[in-house]
Design a protein around this ligand. Structure first.
Ligand SMILES: Cc1cc2nc3c(=O)[nH]c(=O)nc-3n(C[C@H](O)[C@H](O)[C@H](O)COP(=O)(O)OP(=O)(O)OC[C@H]3O[C@@H](n4cnc5c(N)ncnc54)[C@H](O)[C@@H]3O)c2cc1C
Length: 436
């Protein structure tokens, strides 16, 4: 097994050159600073530029723009999160699920509109969302999904094994659920396209990690290695890294995921798949089951690992992760050759115990939106916009939907958390193994 495989995101590698932006150096005074330039931070910046065009807006990114999780995800614009993932035990839970669903729909609509308006070349493809299971033990989760969606008036239907096989080109799955409304994208191309079309009034800075947030004379001070930013208002949008800034540390934690992308399939492989098969995406009813895609450029993507590693996946074990991805692909497509994976990479998501996002005014002038439990493309887009509306004192049905959500549940004390998280993840991996 090759242990020297680089952690290189296939989407980013295929998205072409990114525009360069300066690093923050020296002292800055601003009306607004946004920390993190993923879907959430960009949506916040765009909204501020629209609503307060005369004010100074700094968008501050730790890495090169577009290379955080927003460019490294599996590219599902999730409009219908599986209720198997959200825990629905009461009417209240159902209402909360409905609120999240409304927000995800609004995020999907916003992204679709921008892709069309800005003519972003990101392989955007409207699809019906498919959740599918291999293991009969997981079929009840799918049956429950149909029941919940019917209760909420979301058109949905069960897919039989033969329909799934025809659609996906694999007989791995035994039952599925499909509903209209989601999309698939090349995420790095989408986030790059959105960045290129940010209004000019947004000042973009990359390679500029914020190290500390403090207060001075009523202003908020951001400390960086070579810079200091004094801001009237700050929006924290750095998702999995929010706790590193000392904010809401007891409400969320990072998980490290890995994914792989194959080279384009060869004509012989296309025939094995069934040449009529259109690009597709499949999500698992188990949180740690695999997500898979056949992309528009005829590559296969798989994401089937998740672990508690706050400081990331060490480069030495990226080869092991690729091996796990290959095993997952082989279960579905036994005819694939062992060396078909071209890129393997890792990225962080942000998790709360009760699968609720965090959306808050932390203190005067300091706001945050994040923690989307692996469904942040659409949700981050809408919450980034709404956190600005909230900061500016606006009112709307969508803001009511966010405010109706319970906060992320408190985590166990830090001392025990790391051990507990690893044990829980091992259990979830065991539960999800048949779908990995
Ligand atoms: C492998 C993988 C697969 C996924 N698949 C999907 C999927 O298919 N669909 C889906 O909806 N979601 C998916 N997700 C989750 C999704 O990518 C996130 O929910 C989404 O990117 C959240 O957007 P965001 O802007 O809030 O955060 P991020 O995209 O994480 O952006 C935060 C940014 O903040 C920057 N940052 C961090 N700390 C600092 C700091 N101190 N100072 C300045 N900047 C900082 C980071 O570099 C990053 O660019 C996946 C994630 C991974 C890793």
């Amino acid at each position: 097994m090759n242990s020297k495989i680089p952690d290189r995101c296939g989407w980013v590698a295929l998205a072409g050159e990114y525009e360069a932006h300066p690093q923050l150096q020296g002292n800055y005074r601003t009306d607004w600073a946004i920390i993190g330039a993923g879907f959430t931070g960009q949506a916040a910046a765009r909204r501020l530029a629209q609503l307060v065009p005369e004010q100074r807006i700094l968008l501050i990114e730790a890495k090169k723009f577009g290379q955080g999780a927003s460019g490294r995800n599996s590219g599902f614009v999730v409009a219908h999160e599986s209720p198997g993932h959200a825990k629905l035990k009461s009417h209240r839970d159902l209402h909360q699920y409905q609120a999240l669903h409304t927000l995800d729909q609004a995020g999907t609509v916003a992204l679709r509109k921008w892709v069309r308006e800005f003519d972003i070349d990101c392989q955007w493809q409207d699809i019906s969302s498919v959740h599918a299971a291999h293991d009969p033990d997981n079929f009840p989760i799918l049956d429950n999904q149909v029941r919940v969606f019917e209760q909420l008036g979301i058109p949905t239907r069960l897919l039989r094994a033969d329909e799934l096989s025809q659609r996906l080109g694999t007989s791995f799955y035994g039952r599925g659920v499909c509903c209209e409304g989601g999309a698939l994208v090349q995420p790095a191309a989408l986030i790059k396209g959105l960045l290129d079309r940010l209004p000019d009034s947004v000042e973009c800075y990359e390679y500029s990690p914020v190290r500390k947030i403090s207060r001075r004379n009523g202003k908020i001070v951001l400390e960086l290695l070579h810079a200091e930013v004094v801001a009237d208002r700050v929006i924290i949008c750095n998702n999995a890294f929010i706790p590193e800034l000392g904010v809401h540390r007891n409400r969320m934690f990072p998980l490290a995921l890995t994914a792989s992308l194959t080279r384009p399939l060869h004509p012989g492989e296309e025939r094995q798949l069934g040449q009529q098969v259109k690009p597709w995406g499949v999500l698992s009813p188990q949180p740690l089951g695999a997500t898979l895609r056949l992309t528009a450029d005829r590559r296969l993507l798989i994401r089937n690992t998740a672990e508690y590693r706050p400081s990331g996946i060490p480069i030495q074990i990226i080869g092991q992760k690729r091996h796990q991805h290959m095993l997952g692909l082989k279960k579905r497509f036994p005819w694939l050759p062992e060396d078909c994976i071209e890129h393997t990479w890792s990225g962080h998501i942000c998790i709360s115990r009760n699968a609720k996002p965090d959306f808050a005014a932390v203190s005067e002038g300091l706001y945050l939106a994040g923690c989307y439990n692996a469904s942040g493309v659409a949700r981050g887009t809408i919450l980034g916009r709404l956190v600005v509306d909230h900061a500016l004192g606006a009112a709307s049905d969508l803001l009511d939907a966010v405010h109706s959500l319970t906060q992320p549940a408190l985590l166990p004390p830090r001392l025990f958390f790391g051990i507990g998280a690893r044990v829980v993840m091992r259990w979830k991996r065991f539960k999800g193994a048949s779908e990995a």
